[in-house]
Design a binder for this molecule. Structure first.
Ligand SMILES: *Cc1c(COP(=O)(O)O)cnc(C)c1O
Length: 372
């Protein structure tokens, strides 16, 4: 039987809540289920303010608007990330300055940031790869000293922690994803977290197409109109209803995924060592949230061989991010610095199947009899 790389998990109440949203007679955004989801995150993680969006990409675009990124502003971020992290800022005319990853983890090398700062630097965007925290104390301190904003791309980081603090609650702003490949999902979805009160009011306006409609519905003003730039960032209540069903099962989903990661780690560590393969390292300041399990192969040839071997057993394993500083869009805009760790992850990282209903036995057995 075929083992896919990902299979979105349905926790049980999704369709009932969607039916309820339809019955409530209001299925555009910012209704009952949107507010339930937002309140869930504000209460559970003490986030100052949460706005659901149609994707993490949208939440990142909102962050770039809120930081008032202008043509020529510089924004530092890792090269080893998804395109949306960079696109959101490029759309505002920013110059992206790509940083390298840590040697032990694909997250940004916090010690490489200071040398990239210039008088034009406006923000640092960190990516909590695989839901594992970047070194936020160091990064927040650098930002403070140089008067920069910090945005957390927490797309993969739901319910994960840095020294006990929830990820997404540390930077000025943070963006999460509920894409079907993430732990908690609604097909396409996301949210913006506003931790710095200065951005709270404007965030709502940008979210509501540049109008003060949210304040109007709370009865704070007696008419609403066009007060700023903005766009359509609200998801429909249908998505929010689906998402709320997932949030109710969050503990169970997370626990199951963490168990799967631990099982992979326990059963593959001897084999990996013998083959010159490394397994994920969780720095002492970080937690894991079971988002991803990956192998770091010896080289790209070994990775291709393992992908083929698994494919011959009807198992799909995938690699992803290609260093953005070498991408067709960006290569001629990059300043020429080598980013060797980013390139190493590009060439050697291989993601194994991981989803709630996975029985990992056959994946593990198949890897153990790979003798390349
Ligand atoms: C998934 C992901 C995104 C994009 O999320 P969408 O909700 O699909 O827009 C952005 N950044 C990272 C690091 C991701 O993993």
């Amino acid at each position: 039987m075929y083992i896919p790389f990902n299979k979105p998990y349905i926790s049980g109440n999704e369709l009932a809540y969607i039916e309820d949203a339809v019955a409530k007679g209001k299925i555009s955004g910012n209704g009952y289920y949107t507010q339930k989801c937002q309140a869930f995150f504000e209460e559970q993680f003490q986030f100052h303010k949460v706005l659901l969006t149609t994707s993490c990409t949208d939440a990142l675009e909102m962050a770039a608007l809120l930081l008032d990124i202008q043509e020529g502003d510089e924004v530092i971020m890792p090269s080893y990330t998804f395109v949306s992290t960079a696109n959101a800022f490029v759309l505002r005319g920013a110059k992206v300055i790509f940083a390298d990853s840590r040697e032990d983890h694909p997250g940004i090398d916090e010690n490489s940031i200071v040398s990239l700062i210039t008088p034009k630097t406006k923000a640092i965007v960190v990516v909590h790869y695989a839901g594992v925290a970047c070194d936020m104390d160091t990064i927040m301190e650098v930002a403070k000293v140089h008067d920069l904003f910090v945005v957390e791309d927490a797309a993969q980081a739901v319910q994960s922690y840095y020294k006990g603090k929830p990820l997404g609650g540390i930077g000025h702003l943070a963006a999460f994803s509920f894409h079907e490949t993430k732990n908690i999902q609604c097909g396409e979805g996301g949210m913006l977290v506003i931790n710095d009160e200065r951005f709270a009011e404007r965030a709502e306006i940008i979210w509501e197409k540049g109008t003060n409609r949210s304040a109007f519905f709370r009865g704070e003003i007696d008419k609403y109109g066009w007060v700023d730039i903005g766009s359509s960032f609200l998801p429909s209540e249908l998505n929010a209803a689906y998402l709320f069903a997932q949030l109710e099962q969050m503990e169970d989903i997370q626990e199951k995924r963490i168990q799967l990661c631990n099982r992979y780690k326990d059963e593959l560590s001897g084999w990996a060592k013998a083959k010159g393969i490394s397994l994920p390292v969780i720095p002492e300041f970080a937690s894991q949230n079971g988002h991803m399990f990956y192998l770091l192969c010896k080289d790209i040839e070994q990775r291709s061989a393992i992908i083929s071997h698994l494919k011959s057993k009807d198992i799909l394993s995938v690699f992803h991010y290609l260093s953005l500083h070498k991408s067709p869009f960006f290569a001629d805009k990059h300043d020429g610095r080598e980013l060797p760790e980013s390139d190493r992850y590009t060439n050697t990282l291989l993601r194994l199947p991981l989803y709630y209903e996975l029985n990992p036995e056959r994946v593990i057995e198949s890897l153990l009899d790979y003798d390349g």
